[in-house]
Structure formats: structure tokens, C-alpha cells
Design a protein around this ligand. Structure first.
Ligand code: CP
Ligand code: NVA
Length: 308
């Protein structure tokens, strides 16, 4: 069974195939309408079930469109309307049932362990649609987007400012697997987890963490940030925002990066906090393409999961 849970679980070769197939599928349907089906319709007769235990705009719509374009169907389950979500049924039993009704599952949830536990009980593949720990589909779209605009990401310098959250976790895994340099700037107490940094070091990743945002962005090919307060954050939000203020991506920061660098953000954004309007709406911003490419990369992820 091929699950898409952690970028670190998948070989460099397979990850490259996923990105290249996404690019090819995007090119091949350049003249098709948004809801038209790809000529080969590889998902004909197949169903994706999606469960969202947290809000979502992009992941929800892009997965739905991805499945439709591949010729399949998707079904979105609201946790409040299903037995597992309201605690009437175990994860184990729900997984057995979904395995009979569907061909593949996508789960957005809080605890990463829930996706891993679910995968043990399912007889069909599962895709991680964001957990408190990671957001691999987003980072695959970021890789595709970077390469579409700037060419191969290998040996390029990507700089991430702000909170060391789930997006950064997946970015660290990707830096190792796609061989790019990653520099992370964050205040004390908001660094990425030690475990993932140790894994990256063991796997010869070119990754460094600093407190200095200005120094970090020097000669960056891409500057990335994300919301300072993630969906699961229960900490003192006011204090966290104050500490992260110097890490805001604004024109002053972008001027220190390479002239032809791009800006990325997974969205949703808190404009005026982690990023200013002039940067997110500016010429270097790639945020809309990142969101669009979620469709194309997720088509490729689904195909990869279903091809044994
Ligand atoms: N970037 C992203 O995953 O967006 P949503 O929360 O809207 O799905
Ligand atoms: N770090 C953010 C990402 C949203 C797509 C969150 O977890 O809320």
C-alpha cells in the first residue's frame, strides 16, 4: 500500500516522479476547462473520501477538482455528521467501512498519529491533508511552483521566516529529499522540532536555523512564510505575535533577497502580520500559482498512491 503521509517516507526518485507527472498532466490539459476530464481518465470508477476535522478552502476544493479531472468522484465527510467524528465509532471500525466504500482517503486532522493509526486499519491508501505536525501536499505544490517559475530547485536557497510550524516541518523534509538549501529564521521558542532537524542532519540536509531574519534572507531564491497562529495553536496569541513581529515579510526583507526571488505562502494569510500587502500582491508573489498547483500535484499524488 502506498500512503502519502510523510515526505520523508518516500524515496527521492518517487518524489521526483510525482512532481514531473504533475507538470506533464498540467501541460497536457492546458486547453481544457476547469471541470473537464483528462483524456486518459485514470480514476474512472474510483472514489476519494475526504474528512476534514479542521477548516479548509484550498485543500477541499483542489482535491475535489483533482479527482474530477482524473475522471473519479469525491465525497466530503463532515466529522460532526459521522460516527467516528462524534465518538460513536472507533477509528478502526470506520477505517474498515471506508475501505469497502472508497478507493482512497484524505484526512485533515490535529494529531499526526491519527493519520498513521488510520493507515494501519485501512485497506486503501491515505493522504495526509495537514496535521499539527506536517503539511506535505502543500510543500509538494510549493516545489512544483518554484520549478515552474525558477527551474530546478536543487541547490537553490529557500528561506523561511516566522513560526517553526507544520509547513516548516514538511519543508525540512523536502529540503533533504529535493536537495535544496533551507535557512529558517525564527525567535527562540518557535524553532522547528528537534526530531526533524536531527533527521535532516543525519540525512545530510543543508539546513540552518538562525534568529536573524535580515541575515537569513541574503541571496535567497525564495522567501516563505505562514500564519503566525496556526489552526491548532492554543498559546498566548498576543505574546507570540509580538515575538514574531521582526520576522514579517515586507519590502525591506524582500530587498535583501535575490532580485529575481519569489515569495511563497500556503494561505490563508493574515495580511499585515506575517506578510504585508505590497509583498503578497507584489510582482514576486507566487501565492496564487501555489494554490492552483495544489490541483495538479494532488492529481499526481493520488495516481502515485493508486499505482501499485
Ligand atoms: N494551504 C491550505 O492548505 O489551505 P486550506 O487550509 O484552505 O486548505
Ligand atoms: N500552519 C497553518 C497552515 C494552514 C494551511 C495551520 O496549520 O493552520
Amino acid at each position: 500500500m502506498k500512503n502519502f503521509i510523510n515526505i520523508s517516507d518516500i524515496s527521492k526518485k518517487e518524489l521526483r516522479l510525482i512532481i514531473d507527472n504533475a507538470k506533464l498532466r498540467k501541460e497536457n490539459r492546458a486547453n481544457l476547462k476547469k471541470n473537464s476530464i483528462d483524456a486518459d481518465a485514470p480514476l474512472e470508477g474510483k472514489i476519494l473520501i475526504m474528512i476534514f476535522e479542521k477548516p479548509s478552502t484550498r485543500t477541499r476544493i483542489s482535491f475535489d477538482l483533482a479527482v474530477k479531472q482524473l475522471g473519479g468522484k469525491s465525497l466530503i465527510l463532515n466529522p460532526n455528521d459521522i460516527h467516528y467524528g462524534i465518538g460513536n465509532e472507533s477509528l478502526h471500525d470506520t477505517a474498515k467501512i471506508l475501505s469497502q466504500y472508497a478507493d482512497i482517503v484524505m484526512l485533515r486532522t490535529d494529531a499526526h498519529k491519527k493519520v498513521e493509526d488510520f493507515s494501519k486499519y485501512l485497506n486503501i491508501p491515505i493522504i495526509n491533508g495537514l496535521t499539527d505536525l506536517s503539511h506535505p501536499c502543500q510543500i509538494m505544490s510549493d516545489i512544483m511552483t518554484f520549478e515552474e517559475l525558477k527551474g530546478p530547485i536543487k541547490n537553490k536557497k529557500i528561506v523561511c521566516l516566522g513560526d517553526g510550524n507544520n509547513v516548516v516541518y514538511s519543508l525540512i523534509e523536502a529540503a533533504v529529499q529535493f536537495d535544496f538549501e533551507l535557512r529558517i529564521a525564527c525567535p527562540k521558542g518557535f524553532e522547528p522540532s528537534k526530531d526533524i532537524l536531527q533527521w535532516a542532519k543525519k540525512n545530510k540536509g543543508n539546513i540552518s536555523v538562525t534568529k536573524d531574519p535580515i541575515d537569513a534572507v541574503s541571496s535567497a531564491d525564495c522567501v516563505i512564510t505562514d500564519k503566525w497562529i496556526s489552526m491548532s495553536d492554543k498559546i498566548n496569541k498576543k505574546k507570540k505575535k509580538k515575538m514574531l513581529k521582526p520576522y514579517q515579510v515586507n519590502n525591506k526583507i524582500m530587498k535583501k533577497a535575490n532580485k529575481d526571488s519569489i515569495f511563497m505562502h500556503c494561505l490563508p494569510a493574515s495580511r499585515g502580520e506575517e506578510v504585508t500587502n505590497e509583498v503578497i500582491d507584489g510582482k514576486q508573489s507566487a501565492v496564487w500559482l501555489e494554490a492552483l498547483n495544489r490541483i495538479h500535484v494532488q492529481k499526481s499524488i493520488i495516481e502515485w498512491c493508486l499505482n501499485n
